[in-house]
Ligand binder design. Structure first.
Ligand code: NAD
Length: 251
């Protein structure tokens, strides 16, 4: 239990990748604060499972991010993971979806980081890990807001890394390819519409077409990378963008 005594906040941890990260951190002794939406009973049972607290703040607003940080209290490990997707051609992309995705997938990480850093500096230790994406390195059509936000969070991560290095605080991205979670499942209907494809064609020709392994990444694989980045062996990994994409971005 190499993280005993540490406190972690994982945004968007009621589902998918964030939930796996929370479970992995909890298993290593971290006190965990969960965030995200979902059924109240299901969230209560996650809190009981991990002896965790939950703050249901909406991170699409500055006020929501500030509320989250106030309610969460000081944290040693900050995982900015909450994210959403919208798939549409750029000339049909709803401006309100653009605003929401930039707010949640990018601006929220700025707000949580700026509010988490003072405690990390005074503690002389910290880890900031941002769930970016293969889309922080390469683009796909019909994902204007998501790709812009993910490239942005990769840049923000580098700035944090440079600013905080002397305080024993590292900042890194983990960048999965396609992971089978509700976020991916939910974009299949819009991708079918945008590209005029069947569900099977979207799975084979759009999603797994990108991944040389032809397999989805698992949430546990992403969580394992986050754990590694929290450990002493990773103290000189700073400002990095760790691809977990089966080779997609090697092309
Ligand atoms: P998911 O839909 O399973 O989980 C998203 C989480 O964010 C949930 O807990 C949800 O409640 C929370 N959330 C949504 N809107 C929110 C809001 N306004 N405020 C606070 N929380 C909110 O998705 P996932 O696939 O686990 O995605 C997690 C992260 O991983 C995202 O940043 C996503 O972009 C990234 N990612 C996912 C994949 C993939 O293939 N699934 C690939 C690369 C990167």
């Amino acid at each position: 239990m190499f993280l005993t005594g540490k406190r972690a906040l994982i945004t968007g941890s009621t589902s998918g990748i964030g939930l796996a990260i929370a479970r992995a951190l909890h298993a290593e002794g971290t006190a965990v604060v969960l965030n995200g939406f979902g059924d109240a009973d299901a969230i209560a049972s996650l809190c009981a499972e991990m002896d965790a607290s939950h703050v249901g703040a909406d991170l699409t607003t500055t006020q929501g991010a500030e509320q989250l940080m106030a309610d969460a209290g000081p944290v040693d490990i900050l995982v900015n993971n909450a994210g959403m997707q919208h798939v549409a051609p750029v000339d049909e992309f709803p401006p309100e979806k653009w605003e929401m995705i930039i707010a949640l997938n990018l601006s929220a990480a700025f707000h949580t980081a700026r509010l988490a850093v003072p405690h990390m500096k005074s503690a002389g230790w910290g880890r900031i890990i941002n769930t970016a994406s293969a889309h922080s390195l390469v683009a796909s059509p019909f994902k204007a807001a998501y790709v812009a936000a993910k490239h942005g969070i990769a840049g923000l991560t580098k700035v944090l890394a440079l600013e905080l290095a002397e305080h024993n605080i590292t900042a890194n991205c983990v960048s999965p390819g396609y992971v089978w979670t509700p976020l991916v499942e939910n974009q299949i209907p819009d991708t079918m519409a945008a590209r005029g494809l069947t569900r099977e064609q979207v799975m084979r020709d759009v999603l797994l077409a990108k991944q040389p392994t032809k397999k989805f990444v698992t949430v546990e694989e992403v969580a394992a990378m986050v754990l590694f980045l929290c450990g002493d062996a990773a103290q000189n990994i700073n400002g990095a963008n760790m691809s977990i994409d089966g080779g997609w971005t090697a092309e």
